[in-house]
Design a protein around this ligand. Structure first.
Ligand SMILES: *Cc1c(COP(=O)(O)O)cnc(C)c1O
Length: 222
């Protein structure tokens, strides 16, 4: 099936659910991103700063760019002029740098707190205790150019449906606890980014609001 057909199929599955589609475009050339755009996609996810910065000028300005990979503080400045959401916020230091760089452009950049939910050591992200500590800190209260809009997680690479479901439920539980304790008045705190090509139907059942789908749209990455 074509890129457009794949996107239409997924949008059909998302219809009537809480979830929106982030098309994960990493490794794919701009022509394919344009094809996805022409099929109606507007939320695009890249995992590398350099790649996002290179592609962004070639796409229409109403694309919402989401960074979904680990972000080093020294690279925030390259994204600050245009990035919509940094899904991989994993430290207070990073939040402070986003604040500083977004302020220079008089913008507000959205961030999602990335949690470690997989049982694999290699997968990055915060623990719940680390997130609580960040949100309670005084510096956090001062931020005006970065706005936390929810949480993100990458599940274990497994076919075990019960395990995937447990991990998605853990992330949703974190979201709900944080919302009631720190964001009770903030309607913008509403995103739960979970689910990829192999497991997004399950993630939607567990309350995902952003599914990040690459290979189910573009085919396997080379
Ligand atoms: C690559 C990637 C995805 C998309 O993976 P697919 O299996 O191709 O859908 C989603 N989330 C993150 C964080 C990624 O790095």
């Amino acid at each position: 099936m074509s890129i457009a057909e794949n996107i239409q199929q997924i949008e059909h599955e998302l219809h009537g659910t809480t979830a929106r589609l982030v098309v994960v475009t990493k490794t794919h050339p701009v022509a394919k991103l344009q094809e996805a755009y022409d099929a109606g996609a507007r939320l695009f996810g890249e995992n590398k700063v350099q790649e996002m910065v290179a592609k962004q000028p070639d796409l229409p300005t109403d694309v919402e760019w989401h960074l979904i990979g680990h972000l080093q503080t020294n690279k925030v400045k390259y994204l600050a002029p245009f990035v919509h959401t940094i899904q991989s916020v994993d430290s207070l230091k990073l939040l402070l740098e986003i604040e500083k760089q977004a302020a220079k452009h008089d913008r507000v950049v959205n961030g999602l707190l990335q949690f470690h939910i997989a049982d694999e050591e290699s997968k990055t992200g915060l623990s719940f205790a680390e997130a609580e500590e960040m949100l309670q800190s005084e510096v956090y209260q001062q931020l005006r150019h970065v706005r936390l809009t929810g949480v993100m997680g990458v599940a274990t690479f497994t076919h075990d449906q019960a395990q995937l479901r447990r991990e998605f439920q853990t992330l949703r539980g974190y979201f709900e606890q944080l919302r009631s304790r720190f964001f009770a008045e903030a309607e913008y705190f509403r995103e739960i980014s979970m689910g990829m090509s192999a497991d997004y139907p399950l993630a939607i059942e567990e309350g995902s609001t952003l599914v990040r789908v690459g290979s189910a749209i573009f085919g396997a990455r080379g």
